[in-house]
Design a binder for this molecule. Structure first.
Ligand code: ZN
Ligand code: ZN
Length: 144
């Protein structure tokens, strides 16, 4: 059964081995069109649904790919080792937040992305709705 109320909800990877629950509302919802997120998602962008870290509980065999950003900051991409679904991202730069991948939420009706970062790396066919604020790169404070 899908649990979903406005003040929390659930999600899972494609195969269901990794499941999570979140409490409350996301701090923000944004898209990332950077080349790395395109490669991980296999798509044009990744949907980041950002929560305070303590608001999310994840269960299952989550695997982690660690990458450095700008040769300095570390970023961890957490995924299901069985089906490969991207589930979550955490960053050393913003240790208090956890980003859940929008496609893994059980209830996607309330998802309202308000911004996109790394539009300069975006695929040329993509036109986002006018209410989404576009950033060419990754300004401080957008996800944090
Ligand atoms: Zn899975
Ligand atoms: Zn990205």
């Amino acid at each position: 059964m899908t649990e979903s109320t406005k003040s929390g909800g659930t999600g899972r990877c494609l195969c269901g081995a990794v499941r999570y629950r979140y409490e409350g509302e996301p701090l923000s919802v944004g898209l990332c069109q950077c080349d790395r997120c395109q490669r991980q998602s296999g798509s044009a962008f990744l949907i980041g649904v950002i929560f305070p870290k303590e608001a999310v509980t994840i269960e299952g065999p989550l695997a982690t790919y660690e990458a450095t950003v700008d040769g300095e900051h570390r970023l961890w991409r957490h995924f299901c080792p069985s089906c490969g679904s991207a589930v979550s991202i955490t960053l050393d730069r913003f240790p208090t937040i956890r980003s859940l991948m929008g496609g893994t939420l059980d209830d996607k009706r309330h998802l309202r992305p308000t911004f996109s970062i790394w539009c300069s790396a975006g695929q040329p066919w993509l036109t986002l709705p006018p209410e989404i604020v576009l950033y060419p790169d990754y300004p401080d404070g957008t996800f944090g």
